[in-house]
Design a protein around this ligand. Structure first.
Ligand SMILES: Nc1ncnc2c1ncn2[C@@H]1O[C@H](COP(=O)(O)OP(=O)(O)OP(=O)(O)O)[C@@H](O)[C@H]1O
Ligand SMILES: [Mg+2]
Length: 366
């Protein structure tokens, strides 16, 4: 095994000299391969376990909302999970912070549908994701002046390339790296590499962090590790933001790929294991509620209704009536029955009644 050789670069002058991919050093070091085995295992187990859920959409909605909420948190947008879920299920207009988060959801789902259909991640798809996210069509940067700074000292620590044609060239190179696998490197290692490269190209005026984190999830789906975007990897990145920034910096400064790759791989392992626990808890809760309804009012048990209440922890009469094809009156009766059993909590929000699956919310927020 070749030892990782670090090549010093001057990070204060990276104008247009960001190297194209692949990195010209050995990426598969012993330490990387050790971590890779654990990450791949945890991810495989997660994907299998997701199939044991009564309905995988349960996790999908929850993870998307968490991903959206937490991802925007890096930008210090304060949006509680409650606001998010409510905004999704209420016809009331959301506040600006919630709207931003819902934009993230739209961007992630838009990207997901794109790769499901096309089976590759194109520059155009990335531009589209960022446009959905930021709600503007500025596209790839054309003007110079974008810098990455240390937020506490204000010191410029990195200057991404700012020549438009160079940005295009680097994006094309990234697109090839994402889609063409003739290098025999594990896609999980490539995920770490492409994420660093994307943030280093920093192709947009804003939203590079969030767009990059969406690409990460889409890449796992593209490479067959996940069927649905159910890995909430941003949580790890956000929780370890200082390390995340420091390690990016070390790649720019010292070509220190090994530490960066291990960090991202570790994130995959930790997050996959957390999500596995969530799935176990969701399954236990589902069965518990099922038993509770059956033992008190077997006739009132409706599997589809219970599944809906897991897909939408904040539900309402409309949803139930449409999904089960019953009248609003019947839907209200169903929901009220579950309130009486202590399974749902009724929360009036202005003119609407939201019915909350509170035990599920506890699991999803954990
Ligand atoms: N000081 C820094 N050191 C390392 N990376 C940085 C630094 N500042 C920014 N970045 C990178 O740029 C991203 C932020 O870029 P940008 O503001 O365009 O995206 P965003 O989506 O608005 O922000 P965020 O990632 O904070 O949600 C970070 O997620 C990180 O990848
Ligand atoms: Mg920003």
């Amino acid at each position: 095994m070749t030892k990782t050789k670090k090549v010093k670069r001057d990070a204060s002058k990276p104008f247009n000299d960001l190297p194209i991919l692949p990195p010209k050093i050995e990426l598969e070091t012993v330490a990387v391969l050790k971590q890779l085995a654990n990450s791949a295992l945890a991810l495989g187990e997660l994907n299998g376990m997701a199939k044991t859920l009564p309905n995988p959409l349960i996790l999908l909605n929850a993870v998307i909302l968490q991903e959206a909420g937490a991802s925007s948190e890096i930008e210090n947008i304060i949006t509680t999970q409650d606001h998010l879920y409510q905004a999704l299920n209420s016809s009331l207009t959301a506040d600006p912070a919630t709207k931003e988060v819902l934009g993230y959801r739209e961007a992630l789902l838009g990207g997901f549908n794109f790769i499901k259909e096309k089976e590759f991640i194109s520059i155009n798809a990335i531009v589209e994701i960022q446009a959905l996210l930021e709600k503007n069509s500025a596209g790839l940067r054309k003007l110079p002046g974008t810098t990455l700074t240390n937020t506490s000292t204000g010191k410029v620590i990195y200057m991404p390339p700012d020549n438009h044609s160079r940005i295009l060239e680097l994006m094309k190179n990234l697109e090839d790296y994402l889609n063409i696998d003739n290098d025999d490197i594990s896609p999980l290692i490539k995920l770490a590499v492409q994420h660093c490269q994307f943030e280093s190209i920093h192709p947009f005026y804003d939203g590079n962090g969030r767009t990059g984190r969406i690409i990460n999830i889409l890449y796992l789906i593209l490479k067959g590790y996940l069927d649905l975007p159910i890995l909430y990897l941003s949580r790890f990145i956000i929780a370890h933001k200082a390390d995340y920034y420091r390690l990016l910096h070390e790649v720019w400064k010292d070509n220190a790929w090994e530490e960066w790759i291990i960090f991202i791989l570790k994130g995959i392992e930790v997050t996959a294991k957390d999500t596995q626990q969530q799935i176990l808890s969701i399954n236990v809760l589902f069965r518990k509620l099922e038993d509770k309804i059956k033992s008190t009012n077997a006739k009132g048990y409706n599997k589809e209704l219970l599944e809906l209440l897991f897909e939408q922890p904040y539900s309402k009469v409309d949803y139930v009536s449409k999904r089960l094809n019953v009248s609003r009156l019947t839907a209200t009766k169903y929901l009220q029955n579950l309130v009486q059993l202590g399974i749902l909590e009724l929360k009036p929000v202005w003119k609407e009644n939201l019915y909350i699956n509170k035990d599920l919310l506890q699991i999803l927020k954990a």
